[in-house]
Unconditional design. Structure first.
Length: 94
């Protein structure tokens, strides 16, 4: 294989992998709403894992009404040293 062909192959592999490297890693958690404001949600997580503050943005999908004391599940990612909520769902008792 010529060096030009190897270089082309390498560039194709790097180009295909680029979106994977740029996608933020997402996390999930559950907890009880400790405080809620327009731009931030603080959860007390279960199993003595402590509190977590999640930024709420215009891109955050919220399912249900966020109120202090309700149990929620959240998906979030880290952005510039802060946790940003992607989706928050109120868990309803059955």
């Amino acid at each position: 294989m010529s060096s030009a062909a190897r270089l082309t192959l390498l560039l194709m592999v790097l180009y295909a992998a680029a979106p994977l490297a740029l996608a933020p890693q997402t996390h999930a958690t559950r907890g009880i709403v400790k405080t809620v404001a327009a731009a931030e949600l603080v959860l007390t997580r279960f199993q003595q894992r402590g509190d977590i503050a999640l930024a709420l943005t215009s891109g955050t999908h919220i399912d249900g009404t966020l109120e202090v004391g309700t149990t929620v599940s959240a998906r979030y990612h880290e952005e510039r040293g802060h946790y940003v909520a992607d989706a928050v769902s109120v868990e309803h008792l059955h």
